[in-house]
Design a protein around this ligand. Structure first.
Ligand code: SAM
Ligand code: DTB
Ligand code: SF4
Length: 334
């Protein structure tokens, strides 16, 4: 049994990460659970609800995305939602138990005028006592500071995949562009939410490299979403080979070990997972989910089903205050 203390590192080599992946499944899950218990209550998950505040007609060519204008996915484009609709959706999410409200926009980057409107949304949702997260594409340093001043808690911007596989998925912006946005968000003092997608045809080495990039950032993202590709008809990645669910679980476990104090989010793709696969993900150290029937443009499990599943597993939904306390006490440990 490994009883070594859990240390936060930023110098992981690819060989070390590959060796974690290559362990027998039981050894990997045991170690992930040990690390998980050192930093978190193992029977608690953080829950966020998503809302697409501006849908479709995006100029980018992300090969997985329903919202790219380059692919015919049958999605109806929508303008930026009015403030009252956003507030009503946040209130409904809060009533169902979500503690964080995450607003996503199909933009390459926000214009300053659009950012004004998003800032009004952030202020209003915070006013409901919820944590706020937005994902708006690339940000400048000045825009990050404006969001920080509005009280934004989290900014989501995913690396998506390894730097080597990246060009197979997106050509309209670079991996370095993504790192630059993350640096601006971090410098502004906003908590970082960054992860990626599995099941896009990447290799095991790509998965290890993506986690290496995340774990070797100067500070670990406070939140690390691991998405399973939601295959959307009309996108280039529709029909990709599906990955073995146990490979997905292993990736969660390695993320947990590499980033011991980060929330690892079992993100998109849960409608394609059995309850048992999700239970293994929680055992592997996932401790956050998207909660509510809709992700951005695709389906998520019913909230009733999730409550029942968490109940069967004896897992509680985390209250907002608890998480705020944790941030105050352990925020520097990433
Ligand atoms: N337009 C902004 C951007 O790309 O940064 C924000 C929204 S975008 C939808 C946020 C993230 O959702 C993407 O970076 C990707 O990781 C994830 N995502 C989008 N479509 C997905 C899909 N079909 N399956 C899994 N994850 C997806
Ligand atoms: C993340 O990593 N996953 C979420 C959130 N961050 C913004 C988005 C998932 C989108 C899934 C496809 C859709 O619903 O359009
Ligand atoms: Fe646009 Fe974001 Fe979709 Fe890429 S992932 S096409 S940037 S909405």
């Amino acid at each position: 049994m490994n009883s070594a203390p859990v240390t936060v590192r930023h110098d992981w080599t690819l060989d070390e990460i590959q060796a974690l992946f290559d362990q027998p499944f039981n050894d990997l899950l045991f170690e992930a659970q040990r690390v998980h218990r050192a930093g978190f209550d193992a029977n608690q998950v953080q829950v966020s609800t998503l809302l697409s505040i501006k849908t479709g007609a995006c100029s980018e060519d992300c090969a997985y995305c329903s919202q790219s204008a380059k692919y015919d996915t049958g999605l109806e484009r929508e303008r930026l939602l009015p403030l009252d609709e956003v507030v009503a959706a946040a209130e409904a999410a809060r009533a169902k138990g979500a503690t964080r409200f995450c607003m996503g926009a199909a933009w390459r980057n926000p214009t300053d005028k659009n950012l004004d409107k998003v800032i009004d949304m952030v202020r209003a949702v915070r006013g409901l006592g919820m944590q706020t997260c937005v994902t708006l594409g690339m940000l400048t340093e000045a825009q990050s500071l404006r969001l920080r001043d509005a009280g934004l808690d989290y900014y989501n911007h995913n690396l998506d995949t390894s730097p080597e596989f990246y060009g197979n998925v997106i050509t309209t912006r670079t991996f370095q562009d993504r790192l630059d946005t993350l640096a601006h968000v971090r410098a502004a003092g906003i908590s970082v939410c960054s992860g990626g997608i599995l099941g896009m045809g990447e290799t095991g080495t790509d998965r290890a490299r993506m986690l290496q990039e995340l774990a070797n950032l100067p500070r670990h993202p406070e939140s690390v979403p691991i998405n399973l590709l939601v295959q959307v008809e009309g996108t280039p990645l529709y029909g990709s080979d599906r990955i073995d669910p146990l490979t997905f679980v292993r990736t969660i476990a390695v993320a947990r070990i590499l980033m011991p104090n980060s929330y690892v989010r079992l993100s998109a793709g849960r409608t394609d997972m059995s309850d048992e696969t999700q239970a293994l993900c929680f055992l592997a150290g996932a401790n956050s989910i998207f909660y509510g029937e809709r992700l951005l443009t695709t389906d998520n499990p019913d909230a009733d089903h999730d409550r029942e599943l968490l109940g069967r597993l004896g897992i509680r939904m985390q209250a907002a205050e608890l998480e705020a306390d944790r941030q105050a006490c352990c925020g520097s440990g990433t």
